[in-house]
Design a protein around this ligand. Structure first.
Ligand SMILES: Nc1nc2c(ncn2[C@@H]2O[C@H](COP(=O)(O)OP(=O)(O)O)[C@@H](O)[C@H]2O)c(=O)[nH]1
Ligand SMILES: [Mg+2]
Length: 169
């Protein structure tokens, strides 16, 4: 791949996208604990990968139906800019609701990596998530993360770059 690998972060509001973006770019973008925080699109180079990887933090959305401004921005970005890979960030404690958007992104044909975020919350609640099963069902890599603490994010971006490169061949 000659150009930069462009990696888009997508997910419901408040699932940890900006936390992942910040730990992978060294940015200090505002992280809020209320929905709908990021309406603008932030872009920055990843601290891993010698400047060859660019991350894009898209607004939080529940779907790509384009009913809200956030949905329009996120959907137009995917369709117009065609990122090389999409990291779908899901709140592991609200898995079913969060996966709705993931399936829509898959249906558009993008290579995806699923970031199973907030696994500290599910672990504390005694909820066991079978990520292998999810990965088989969606045919994508699944990486467990605790974005607030920067855990799993390096593995996540490595899996994303790998998915982008294998799609490009
Ligand atoms: N417990 C826990 N909290 C997290 C995790 N990742 C992010 N958060 C918190 O969840 C809230 C929303 O995170 P943010 O990154 O702003 O989500 P965004 O709306 O998807 O960009 C913030 O208070 C974060 O500190 C995680 O893995 N575990
Ligand atoms: Mg955000």
């Amino acid at each position: 791949m000659a150009n930069k690998v462009r990696v888009a972060l997508m997910g419901n509001p408040n699932c940890g996208k900006s936390s992942i973006f910040n730990s992978l770019t060294g940015s200090r973008q505002h992280v809020g604990n209320w929905p709908g925080k990021t309406v603008e699109v932030s872009r920055a180079d990843c601290i891993y990968g010698n400047g060859e990887v660019e991350l894009i933090d898209l607004p939080g959305t529940y779907s790509l139906a384009a009913y809200s401004l956030e949905e329009v921005i996120a959907r137009d970005f995917l369709l117009d800019e065609k990122p090389d890979v999409v990291i779908c960030v899901v709140d592991a404690a609200n898995l079913e609701r969060n996966l709705y958007l993931t399936v829509q992104v898959l249906e558009l044909g993008f290579p995806i990596v699923l970031a199973l975020n907030m696994v500290d919350v599910t672990e504390a609640a005694g909820i066991r998530i079978d990520e292998e099963k999810i990965g088989q069902a969606l045919q994508c890599p699944v990486i467990r993360t605790i974005a607030r603490d920067g855990k799993g994010v390096k593995e996540l971006i490595e899996a994303a770059v790998c998915a982008a490169r294998s799609k490009a061949q």
